[in-house]
Ligand binder design. Sequence first.
Ligand code: ADP
Ligand code: MG
Length: 327
Amino acid sequence: EVLINQIKAGEVVERPAAVVKELVENALDAGARRVVVELEQGGLRRILVRDDGRGIPREELPLALARHATSKIASLDDLERVASLGFRGEALASILAVSRLSLSSRTAVEPHGWRLGGEGGLASAEPVPAAQAQGTAVEVLDLFFSTPARRKFMKSPGTEARHVETALRRLALARPDVAFALSHDGRRLLDVEPAEDAAANERRLAAVCGAEFLANAIYREAELGGLRLAGWIALPSFSRAQPDLQFLTVNGRGVRDRLLGAALRRAYADALHSTRHPAFVLALTLDPAAVDVNVHPQKTEVRFREAARVHDFLFGLVHRWLRELRP
Ligand code: ADP
Ligand code: MG
């Protein structure tokens, strides 16, 4: 059973960046206003993700580490309207299967926190008292210590840290209302405060995407029939444009969706007669009941009930905006 879990874990936990993504999504699900990530040796030696969210009650700590335990779905009906980022209940269990993990948490009503540790898929029996502010801290040590084959596939600490940085920048773009910090071996890689107004939002965008992107992009927003699109689009002449700067969220979740990607590429091609390096940071919002977010285990693809309408909405708007931007 332990072995099967370790194999399955590999599907969720590819590398340090995947661990960080899952842990940060949990923090966001818990209502965190600030998420702090610390890495040592690219996350292979140590990953710490700390949040100030609602925390986990002592009696639920063992459940949080158990496979297929999620607090995020109470009924089948909920499945229809999943607004939270995770509801498969396997991220923590999978990470525990391939690391030495410690989960510390404290809710608002508790006088101190509790900690539950474990390694290689086995959690210790009882939580112990721990010094902990309200919120949750997950420490992951020696990732893949139990799966040396996987460990061998890891790149240099610098490369793994860059993957984490990219993942965290994407999460920071998706949630401008939350503060994010990232450090690697004590060096700060990212530090952004919540954006409370338009000016702060632009400062934050510059911090995350670079000032050059911001200088070459325009901000637009529009709403139609329950669909809303807002964000920045840049001309392809934006010189440092990379695939990295194609960023789309659906209901606050970063997605890489073929249908939506095609709509955006087509908008660039039709409006500018160019398909080279579209650069955009866009947020699409719609009724959660109209979108199925659990298509792919990595959860970056989405399925829409009215796919054609969403496609046409996205294409039409971006096409119009690009025409306005064209020199
Ligand atoms: P899922 O997110 O799919 O529910 P996870 O394995 O990622 O599954 O987490 C299991 C459970 O642990 C969650 O449903 C949640 O109740 C709890 N949990 C995990 N991380 C946090 C956190 N940072 N703050 C509060 N609760 C958390
Ligand atoms: Mg989760």
